[in-house]
Unconditional design. Structure first.
Lengths: 249, 383
């Protein structure tokens, strides 16, 4: 079975995010970038499927400017077999990303598509769901466990109340949650080997997709700094504050 | 004309950094304080590092390495490993980097194939043994004797301050096979299980706690002649060649130690309140931090310059000796000032700057003392 994994280049999770002074977005100048952590989990899951003999080929894809090839190389070093870069300098939003991936699905005919449930930059949590809709495939989002049996995928999903398990007919779209696996680190020899793995480049136009954004960002603001906590004298004061200040009881 | 490069590092180096960083975050940082107190780290860490390919950097692919000849790959990964905030761990895990190169460069093919792959995979540990109880820097006068007896050398004498000395499997040992002076020194690969070869207790040190350090004893230990590394009586050149790389790596340890201490001091100075404002609100602290940052920057950039010379195939003995002295001094000065900024907290074992300050002291001693470096430099200056 061929597995398609989509990955996204985002701000490294260790970086302290700074909003641009004009509130037009997040400052990305000279900031360390990395693969979105949920996407790393997606790659890891595909590699594990290959190690189990279920996946036969892992194709990893990304959308973005030329530098996003770095993340594809990382995915190749982790165990993907080949990479596709859809190169564009435009800002690509969830629906356009889903349309591009749909075009790739048509082209590659994967048995399974794995994506991160969301990217840690925009936190939209949309692309996987949109892709399922556009392709007519079933979807198992927020996966904490994935079991493939024949042409069926059992996906255990993390929801507010606990866990729910769905059974999907393949091909299907699965999006990963944090607890699905712990991604490995690429070994040095594999980083070297990844340089020789095939990386194909195409443009949105090649896939017949228009990527111009449909949504406009009006303003980006940093969250308000948290207020320092206080120590209450006794239970009565605590209850009073919860009731009258926090208004939670 | 080619554009001057503003960085010595490329995308592969960045990927290697990312892997090494994750290795440190996952496999080392949660445990390092305990390992430091215990005086050693688990042997499995060698295997884990080997599996991640971190031990094989710069060594031939045929022997299990990767990125042969890429000195900046080695530097990138070493900088990341130093983020473990333990010079001892890096020295112990990296003892192969001083033990193996002579074997790879001058060992016989059968010897190389027998030992190198198992060390690069982390199954076995390699160490280098030069210093003796009677003298360290005075390599030309070492006393451990190896007498030829048919197909064997019979080795007698002792070595000390040997990193990974407790638990190494292979020791690259400097011995005297000939007359007095540097012309009578040879290198022998001596396996751990050689009859007549024993090791003393784990030596207690000022810093570098997580590395095991030992004294070695040879009493008529029989070592096959095929374990000779390089020519008989040609060991001095082997040792000196090896020193250049070792010293460069000590420079990397030095400026990385200083950088780490600076980062910690910076964060602390912004956070710690005194007299109604943060420490960084005082000009005296700000200027101190600026001086520290300047020193670290210069130490690192000059070390990179030395590495670039080595990468270009030059033999910058003088430059590396200068870099070693300079960076070691920077490491001592910057860690001292970092402890000073931390105040009482900086004197506590739970503060990592305390450890960095202890670890920094070694850098002016190991791999040739500051004084020996100065003698080397003065010779190169024609004095």
């Amino acid at each position: 079975m061929k597995v398609l994994v989509a990955v996204k280049r985002v701000l490294d999770y260790n970086v302290k995010v700074r909003v641009k002074p004009d509130n037009s977005g997040v400052d990305l100048a000279n900031v360390k970038m990395a693969m979105n952590p949920f996407c790393e989990i997606a790659v890891e899951e595909a590699v594990r499927l290959k190690e189990k003999g279920i996946a036969t080929e892992i194709v990893v894809a990304t959308i973005g400017p030329k530098v996003t090839q770095e993340q594809l190389r990382t995915a190749l070093a982790l165990g993907a077999d080949r990479a596709i870069q859809i190169e564009t300098d435009e800002e690509v939003q969830s629906l356009e990303a889903a349309k591009l991936l749909k075009a790739l699905v048509d082209k590659e005919q994967p048995g399974l598509v794995i994506l991160g449930k969301q990217s840690i930059d925009s936190d939209n949590n949309q692309t996987g769901q949109m892709l399922a809709q556009l392709t007519g495939m079933g979807q198992g989002t927020f996966a904490s466990e994935l079991v493939i049996e024949g042409d069926n995928a059992q996906v255990t999903r993390e929801i507010d109340g606990g866990l729910v398990t769905v059974s999907l007919k393949l091909p299907a779209v699965v999006t990963t949650d944090l607890r699905l696996n712990e991604p490995r680190y690429a070994s040095l020899p594999n980083i070297m080997k990844a340089k020789k793995k095939p990386l194909e480049t195409m443009t949105p136009a090649d896939l017949g997709v228009e990527v111009a954004p449909r949504l406009t960002t009006l303003k980006v603001e940093a969250p308000k700094p948290r207020q320092a906590g206080i120590k209450v004298e006794d239970v009565a004061q605590l209850v009073d504050k919860l009731k009258n200040e926090a208004k939670v009881i | 004309m080619a554009k001057p490069s503003t960085s010595y590092f490329n995308e592969t180096h960045d990927q290697a950094r990312a892997s090494a960083r994750r290795f440190v975050e996952r496999e080392i940082l949660p445990f390092i304080d305990d390992w430091e107190e215990a005086g050693e780290f688990p042997r499995e860490l060698y295997q884990k590092a080997g599996a991640a390919g971190l031990l094989g950097i710069g060594y031939p692919e045929a022997l299990g390495g990767s990125g042969e000849g890429d000195l900046f790959l080695k530097i990138a990964v070493s900088e990341e490993l130093m983020a473990a905030s333990s010079g001892g761990l890096v020295a112990g895990l990296g003892s192969l980097d001083i033990g193996l190169p002579p074997v790879i460069q001058w060992g016989k093919p059968a010897l190389k194939e027998a030992i190198v792959p198992s060390v690069l995979s982390g199954e076995k540990i390699a160490a280098l043994a030069i210093s003796e109880p009677g003298g360290g820097s005075d390599v030309a006068n070492l006393k451990t004797r190896a007498v030829r007896d048919g197909d064997f050398y019979r080795v007698s004498g002792s070595k000390t301050y040997i990193t990974s000395g407790q638990r190494a499997d292979y020791y690259t040992v400097a011995v005297r096979t000939g007359d007095k002076g540097h012309g009578g020194v040879s290198m022998l690969l001596i396996p751990r299980d050689t009859p007549g070869f024993t090791r003393g207790r784990n030596l207690k040190k000022t810093g570098w706690w997580a590395s095991d350090t030992a004294e070695l004893f040879f009493e008529d230990a029989k070592v096959p002649v095929s374990n000779l590394i390089g020519q008989e009586n040609g060991g001095f050149m082997v040792i000196m060649t090896n020193f250049l790389r070792e010293r460069l790596m000590l420079c990397v340890m030095a400026y990385s130690t200083a950088q780490l201490a600076l980062d910690m001091a910076l964060a602390y100075a912004k956070e710690r309140q005194a007299f109604g404002r943060s420490l960084s609100g005082f000009q005296v602290t700000r200027h101190k931090l600026v001086d520290m940052a300047t020193q670290v920057e210069l130490a690192r950039e000059y070390s990179y310059r030395c590495a670039a010379l080595m990468q270009a195939g030059k033999n910058p003995v003088k430059e590396v000796a200068m870099a070693k002295n300079f960076t070691a001094q920077v490491a001592e000065d910057v860690t001292r000032e970092a402890v000073q900024i931390f105040g009482g907290m900086g004197y506590m074992r739970e503060a990592r700057v305390e450890r960095l300050a202890r670890d920094a002291r070694l850098l002016a001693i190991g791999g040739g003392t500051t004084e020996i470096m100065k003698e080397l430099i003065s010779k190169q200056m024609g004095l």
